[in-house]
Each structure stands twice: as C-alpha cells, then as structure tokens.
Design a protein around this ligand. Structure first.
Ligand SMILES: NC(=O)c1ccc[n+]([C@@H]2O[C@H](COP(=O)([O-])OP(=O)(O)OC[C@H]3O[C@@H](n4cnc5c(N)ncnc54)[C@H](OP(=O)(O)O)[C@@H]3O)[C@@H](O)[C@H]2O)c1
Length: 337
C-alpha cells in the first residue's frame, strides 16, 4: 500500500529550470489531469493529492509526485499544501453517472464543504502565494441574453444550489486573508465526465432523450482549453479575481448532441421526454435545465487564446480523442496499417 511520501524519493527535480511547486487536489480527475499535463510541460513541479494507488500510478506516469491522502480526512498531506507555492483545488465528490436525486446532491454539498475546510485549514499561517479554486458556472445558473460576465447576480441552478454554501465559505477564507482566485468552468467537454457518457450512448445507438419543454443553452469549453485557461490565469489573472471559462458562443444542448453524432458518424435518434418523466429517470438536479448565456470577455482580456473557440472546432477533436482512448488495444495499429 502507498502511504505518505512513498514516492518523494523517486521524484527528480528538473535541473536548471525555474520551477514553481504546485499542490493539485483533484489532479486525477477529468479537468485536473489535463491541467497537470499542461503544468508539467510548462516546467512546473506538481504534487498531486491521490486517495488511491490507481490515481497515484496515473499521476506518476504523467510526471507528477503523488501525495497520498483524502480531503475528507485530515492528515500528513496537509503539510504539502502548506509547503506549496501555489495550490489548485479541482477535487469534488463525483457528479456524473447514475441518477442525481436531492439526497445525493445534499451529500455532495456536505462532502464538498468538508473537503474545502480541510484544504483551506492547512493554509492558515502558511506562505502560499496563490490558491485557485475551481467552481462551476451552475453557480451563475440561469442567465438570459445578452451574454453575462462575472459581475452577474448568481441565480444557481442544477448543481449550483449545492455549491452555494461552499462558495460562501470560500469568501470567508478570502476575507481571512488567503489569496483565492475563483475559476468557473462552464460545461467541460472532452474524453471524460458527462460528455463521455453522451458519446458512449450515441456510439451504442441508444435513443437520446431530449427535454420536451425546452432546449437549454449551455456554455461549453473544450477540456484542453479549460486546463490551458487555468494555467494561463495562474500567471496572468488577478490573484483574487473571478473568471468564467467558456467558449465564444454558447450552443443549444441539441446542437451538442447533433454535432457529436456527426463527428462519431452515427445516426442520431432522439425522443422528447416530459419534465416529470426526466425527473424520475435522471433525477431533479440534472434535469433542472437552464440557459447559461455567459461571456469569456474577462478571460480573453488577460490575453488567453482558445484552440477551440466554439464546439464546431472542439467537438471533432474531443470525439477523436475519446475514440482513440476507448478503442480496443491494438485498434490504432490496425487503423494505421
Ligand atoms: N466536468 C465539468 O463539466 C465541470 C464543469 C464545471 C465545473 N467543474 C468543476 O471542475 C472541478 C473538477 O471537475 P472534474 O469534472 O474534473 O471532476 P472529476 O473528474 O469528478 O474529478 C474529481 C477529482 O476529485 C478527486 N476527489 C474526489 N473526492 C476526493 C477526496 N475525498 N479526496 C481527495 N480527492 C478527491 C478525485 O479523485 P479520484 O481520482 O480518487 O476519484 C478526482 O481527482 C470541480 O470542482 C467541478 O465542480 C466541472
């Protein structure tokens, strides 16, 4: 079993490089793993919090130094938080997969709060330069046209009401003097999380259930752009600023599904479902559809440039990455032959 600093002696600091020591919680997750890859290739040293041997092996394979620990429990990992120059917090209880009823959402709310308390608690009185807290645009929730920026009045929807308490606690830590930048990724698509579920379902030829009463506008961002944006903001953003991370144009949900089916080369079968049935099947939290008309103007004003400014550019890339990752071993070799 891996414990404490089992890996630290194996970690080699790159000679001659100007490294910043980053402590990353949630580095083994969907967005976190993309961030860790970009941070390492930019030359930073990454300590990645891991609660399982599987995550530790994955993080070490990328070149990060695993630190064993669980955010729900205080422990030796907190010393690494205090010793890091920059702390990035991507960790959250799982949101995707299965039905999301109120009980599960309330457990998420309580666990997220506890995880944050343990992480921030480790920072009290430490010389950490900077902390980046990864929230989500469900906190801003329903926002009508014209596109709204970070100054909009939050109108939490979906998971949003269940991160409100965590956001209030973050503000308290900020007031207590911890420099916290808050980033709000929109719906992040790539080869993981909720989007991989849609791709797997399309690939399997399943009928896509679409809400009969509305086709919500979703702010989206490609996972690689999301990770690059967070790395960029770490260097170029205001240390205590708030930044929405989304594409240039928020698409309709139906467009995402349509373009994904096209990129996969599969026929799209859809069926409208009434809200009451969607609530029974998927649960009230994920069927709480809302329009996220959000702007990336503040992020762009820092000099950030997107590789995939809209889903037209991003979905074909995300689908290809997902296909490559989900292909049976050896399939790529045959394709290349
Ligand atoms: N995905 C999206 O579309 C999206 C959109 C907007 C905002 N966000 C926000 O972005 C952040 C990252 O999201 P994500 O989709 O990358 O999440 P994710 O794939 O579910 O990953 C969650 C990460 O948190 C870790 N974790 C969970 N519980 C932990 C615990 N008790 N102790 C230590 N680590 C723990 C997981 O570790 P294991 O590997 O051990 O499970 C994993 O690394 C979250 O704050 C989320 O709210 C995501």
């Amino acid at each position: 079993m891996l414990i404490g600093n089992a890996y630290s002696t194996r970690y080699k600091r790159k000679e001659g490089s100007a490294l910043t020591t980053l402590f990353v919680a949630g580095g083994s997750g969907f967005i976190g793993a993309a961030f860790v890859r970009h941070a390492l290739s930019a030359g930073h040293q990454v300590w990645a919090l891991c609660r399982s041997e599987r995550s530790a092996v994955a993080m070490q394979a990328l070149g990060a130094q695993p630190v064993m620990g669980d955010l729900l429990t205080q422990g030796a990992w907190q010393q690494h938080v205090a010793n890091a120059e920059i702390v990035l917090h991507f960790a959250q209880p799982q949101t995707f997969g299965g039905r999301v009823g109120k009980d599960r959402a309330l457990r998420y709310e309580a666990d997220r709060l506890k995880m944050d308390q343990h992480l921030f608690g480790a920072l009290r009185g430490s010389p950490v330069k900077h902390l980046i807290y990864v929230s989500g645009t469900s906190y801003y929730g329903q926002q009508d046209l014209p596109l709204k920026d970070e100054t909009a009045t939050p109108n939490p929807r979906g998971w949003g009401p269940y991160i409100q308490k965590a956001m209030a606690a973050v503000e308290q830590f900020r007031t207590a003097g911890i420099p916290i930048q808050i980033v709000f990724p929109s719906s992040v698509y790539g080869a993981g999380s909720w989007y991989a579920e849609i791709l797997a379902s399309l690939q399997a030829g399943k009928t896509q259930l679409m809400l009969a009463h509305r086709d919500p506008t979703m702010a989206t961002v490609h996972v690689e752009d999301c990770a690059r944006a967070i790395l960029h903001l770490m260097q170029h953003g205001e240390p205590a600023g708030r930044y929405i991370i989304c594409d240039d144009r928020p698409p309709k949900y139906s467009e995402i599904v349509q373009k994904s089916a096209e990129a996969l080369g599969v026929p799209l079968k859809t069926r409208p479902v009434p809200l009451w049935l969607a609530r029974i099947l998927a649960g009230p939290v994920v069927t709480d559809a809302y329009d996220a008309h959000l702007s990336n103007a503040r992020l762009r004003s820092t000099g950030f440039r997107f590789n995939f400014p809209t889903i037209e550019q991003g979905i074909p890339d995300a689908v290809n990455t997902w296909l490559a990752q989900s292909a049976p071993r050896g399939a790529e070799t045959h394709a290349a032959d």
